[in-house]
Design a protein around this ligand. Structure first.
Ligand SMILES: [Zn+2]
Length: 133
């Protein structure tokens, strides 16, 4: 108990708990982007409790720390990072992501053995070469 997650606005699968991902297979489902209703964007690794930790990111983030909060309580728009990229990297709030019934954790083994939808298949989470848009 205590785990909490929401579903990605693009693929409708939950942002997985770090305790439930299979390394090398669906790591990408544990990395997310959230946007608060006042359009503050965060990227990072889901901690399993509704927060994104971005301390591992090389890139700067204006709004910084994971302490910034809880994307469930704040009713953020949330994507998997890969899905967010495929959606054209939106920077504006859209709508709240729905709560994941399985909390990103309680699901049958293999349920989310899904390929990373990103065209270039990088397993590791690397800072993006961001063309400025
Ligand atoms: Zn997704």
């Amino acid at each position: 108990m205590g785990f909490v997650s929401v579903c990605c606005l693009r693929c409708h699968h939950p942002l997985l708990s770090p305790y439930s991902i299979t390394p090398g297979r669906n790591d990408w489902m544990g990395i997310g982007v959230s946007i608060t209703p006042d359009h503050q964007l965060q990227r990072g690794t889901h901690d399993g409790y509704g927060r994104l930790n971005n301390h591992k990111h090389g890139e700067h983030s204006e709004h910084g720390q994971s302490a910034k909060g809880d994307f469930v309580r704040m009713r953020c728009s949330v994507w998997h990072e890969a899905c967010w990229e495929l959606d054209g990297r939106p920077t504006r709030y859209q709508r709240p992501s729905v709560r994941a019934r399985d909390q990103g954790y309680f699901f049958a083994a293999g349920s989310y053995d899904l390929p990373n939808p990103r065209p270039k298949h990088d397993h590791q989470h690397q800072p993006q070469r961001t063309p400025r848009a």
